[in-house]
Design a protein around this ligand. Structure first.
Ligand SMILES: NC(=O)C1=CN([C@@H]2O[C@H](COP(=O)(O)OP(=O)(O)OC[C@H]3O[C@@H](n4cnc5c(N)ncnc54)[C@H](O)[C@@H]3O)[C@@H](O)[C@H]2O)C=CC1
Ligand SMILES: O=C(O)[C@H]1O[C@H](OP(=O)(O)OP(=O)(O)OC[C@H]2O[C@@H](n3ccc(=O)[nH]c3=O)[C@H](O)[C@@H]2O)[C@H](O)[C@@H](O)[C@@H]1O
Length: 448
């Protein structure tokens, strides 16, 4: 089919490239001329494993093209997918300006019947709202039907996720529209769930909010494990083996970040608020996440005393490995808090140094090699579980520190390798003082 994708961010580009690779003819449009020029030259403007190879192949095989001209992009389209950003607005709710702009442009431009699919994550009711905007702008007597098709890919494994998704959700009021969309994805052999539009919009937010809840929950269990002398990895494994719980998203750490969980949790809280329903669990999820981001600072202060004047090396700045995305990365809150405490902050990341310079305060010194960041440091914070930190070649670099003390916010280092080198290691959720906690707790019981 002839498909158009509006917006060439993560979702738009990955969707466009993947749909081209299963044989559709795809035209991508973006307002960012520089991005489009890069894409036309076969370059992906962000770090995403496997995407550039697939992009180049689709361009070569003439199934994928790019433009900044909406008229050109819409001219042949049978289905238009909208995947523009819906960033958090000043009131905490998603900013829908880019979507509204695209809806107006579709209304003014399209001169044939077309299905418009909203892929962007949007508050419940937005599809309906956008269909009104399109209708207000229509210059031609055509039928434009809307559908919701939320996206569930993760950055860092976006291409894999697109071909191996657990489900494709299609929100459409019209059976024929749902059928056309199902046909587009047919060769991916992924289960398709057809719902009404509002439920599809809600599935996206509830899924992200539930995953964020899982993370805050396991982080609180980890904090308790430290106090009660248990080990979070064993606890998470034991919980996850119960298929009703599932093993995924039970990695304790310094909290979730990224362009979606923080914003989508806020948006769902905002929607609940506007409808007069206090969403108490989700309020706690957000609070726990904010607190968890400060955990390494608490641990370092306990171990080293006041951090004023101390040199702290932040290793890993992106919000997770295999991406250079710095949006809402825990490193931002941690660096800001350390600077406020008067610490000297240095940072290193294998791929996100360019974005890090743009997102982090200028007082944070960025160094191009981990050993440079570690040299003379009083503390090292591991903030992203990049593979290079887990290799045997990494641990000896920690000996460059003033005193080698590591606070691992992702529990990704090998504790026994560090101990052999005489490096002091502070992971998350691994209780050390089992005896003391157990006896004091049991003694209390005996007293009763
Ligand atoms: N990043 C992710 O992993 C995921 C994002 N989402 C959702 O998908 C949506 C898009 O997210 P990202 O791809 O991260 O966004 P992004 O911010 O990386 O990219 C958005 C793109 O839209 C373009 N754009 C803005 N206005 C435009 C217009 N009028 N016409 C054409 N292009 C326009 C921008 O120039 C930009 O290239 C958001 O709603 C997000 O919540 C959903 C699942 C995963
Ligand atoms: O709506 C979105 O944009 C996307 O948001 C997340 O994907 P993403 O943000 O790319 O990354 P995740 O792998 O989900 O990680 C998010 C954050 O949670 C943290 N995390 C994840 C898993 C875990 O067990 N523990 C944990 O702390 C990560 O470090 C990261 O900071 C969802 O996983 C996707 O399904 C969804 O499409």
């Amino acid at each position: 089919m002839k498909l158009t994708i509006v917006g060439t961010g993560y979702v738009g580009l990955v969707t466009g490239v993947c749909l081209a690779s299963i044989g559709h003819s795809v035209m991508c449009v973006d307002v960012d001329q520089e991005k489009i020029s890069q894409l036309q030259a076969g370059r992906v403007p962000f770090f995403e494993p496997g995407l550039e190879e697939l992009l180049a192949q689709q361009i070569r095989e003439d199934r994928l093209a790019f433009t900044v001209d909406h008229e050109v992009a819409f001219a042949q389209a049978e289905v238009i997918f909208i995947a523009v950003g819906t960033p958090q607005g000043i009131d905490g709710l998603p900013d829908l300006r880019a979507l509204i702009e695209v809806a107006r442009s579709i209304g003014r431009t399209v001169d044939h019947d077309v299905i418009v699919v909203i892929k962007s994550t949007v508050p419940v009711g937005t599809n309906h709202f956008l269909s009104q905007i399109i209708a207000e702008q229509l210059l031609h007597p055509v039928s434009i039907q809307l559908a919701s098709n939320p996206e569930f890919l993760r950055e860092g494994s976006a291409v894999y996720d697109t071909f191996h998704g657990d489900r494709i959700v299609i929100g459409a009021e019209d059976e024929a529209v749902a059928h056309t969309l199902a046909t587009i994805y047919q060769s991916m052999h992924i289960p398709i769930l057809h719902t009404d539009i509002r439920s599809a919009e809600m599935i996206k937010y509830s899924s992200n909010a539930f995953l964020a809840t899982k993370i805050s929950f396991i982080n609180e269990i980890a904090n308790l494990c430290e106090r009660l002398g248990a080990t979070i990895e064993d606890v998470a494994r034991g919980m996850g083996m119960d298929q009703r719980i599932g093993e995924k998203f039970l990695r304790a750490g310094i909290g979730y970040g990224g362009s979606c969980f923080p914003k989508d949790v806020k948006a769902l809280l905002g929607m609940a608020d506007l409808s007069g329903y206090p969403f108490q669990i989700l309020q706690a999820v957000e609070r726990v996440n904010r607190k968890q981001q400060m955990l390494l600072i608490e641990k370092a202060t306990k171990r080293l005393g006041k951090l004023r004047g101390k040199r702290v090396a932040l290793l890993g700045l992106a919000f997770k490995p295999d991406t250079d995305d710095m949006r809402e990365a825990p490193s931002l809150a941690i660096a800001g808090a350390l600077l406020e405490l008067g610490a000297q902050v240095v940072g290193y990341d294998p791929v996100s140094m360019g974005n890090a310079r743009y997102f982090l305060p200028s007082q944070v010194e960025l160094l191009t090699r981990p050993e440079q960041a570690l040299e003379g440091a009083d503390a090292a914070f591991i903030l992203t579980e990049w593979e290079e930190f887990t290799l045997p070649t990494f641990a000896p670099l920690l000996l460059q520190m003033k005193i080698p003390v590591v606070f691992d916010g992702r529990n990704c280092l090998d504790a026994s390798a560090l101990s052999e080198l005489g490096i002091e290691y502070h992971p998350i959720g691994r209780g050390m003082d089992r005896e003391m906690v157990t006896t004091s707790f049991q003694e209390k019981g005996r007293e009763r």
